[in-house]
Write a new protein. Structure first.
Length: 166
C-alpha cells in the first residue's frame, strides 16, 4: 500500500488541501483467505481502519479521481445538505447516514462533518503595486510563497531529487 497527501497544483482540482488517498494493492483473488469476498474485505478494512477526522471511501484509484473531478466528492453519488446552522446540517447528515447504512446495496457511506475553513481574501491595490513596478502575478507569487512556501531549487543526489523549499 502507498498513500498521497494533498492535491495537485492544478487550479481546477477541487480536492481539499488536506486530501488523503491510500491505495492498497490486493493479492490475486486465488490467494485470499477462504470465503473472503470483496464486500467482506471492505467490511473488515473499514472496521479496522478508522481515524478521527478521516473518512473511508472504498473505490478504485482512477474511479476516485474521475468522481472527484466530476462531483467534488470521492464517490459517484453524494448529497449536499444546506441549512441555516452548522449544527442542523451535521444532525441531518448523521440521520441520513444512519438511514442509508441500513440498505444492503450500499457499500460505503459517510456523512462528512462540516467544519469552518480558514480563508484569506486579499484585495490587491493595483495602483499601489504598479508604483513599485509589481504586476498582479508578482504580488500573487509573494503571497503564495509567504503563506505556503515555495520551491526555490532542487538538490540532486545521484538519481534522487529533493526539493528545497523556503
Amino acid at each position: 500500500m502507498f498513500g498521497t497527501i494533498g492535491r495537485s497544483d492544478s487550479a481546477t482540482d477541487n480536492a481539499p488541501l488536506d486530501m488523503y488517498d491510500t491505495t492498497i494493492m490486493l493479492k490475486p483473488r486465488e490467494k485470499w483467505r477462504s470465503g473472503v469476498t470483496y464486500e467482506k474485505l471492505i467490511q473488515e478494512m473499514d472496521a479496522k481502519l478508522q481515524f478521527p477526522g478521516l473518512s473511508n471511501t472504498w473505490t478504485m484509484p482512477v474511479e476516485n479521481r474521475l468522481d472527484m473531478e466530476l462531483t467534488g466528492i470521492k464517490t459517484p453519488l453524494g448529497m449536499k445538505i444546506q441549512g441555516p446552522t452548522l449544527e442542523g446540517i451535521q444532525q441531518a447528515g448523521a440521520q441520513i447516514q444512519q438511514v442509508l447504512s441500513g440498505i444492503p446495496e450500499i457499500r460505503s457511506i459517510f456523512a462528512e462533518r462540516v467544519s469552518q475553513g480558514f480563508y484569506l481574501n486579499i484585495e490587491l491595490n493595483r495602483e499601489e503595486a504598479s508604483r513599485y513596478g509589481l504586476t498582479v502575478a508578482d504580488v500573487q507569487q509573494a503571497i503564495t510563497s509567504g503563506i505556503g512556501g515555495a520551491k526555490v531549487t532542487e538538490n540532486i543526489e545521484g538519481r534522487e531529487r529533493y526539493p528545497v523549499n523556503v
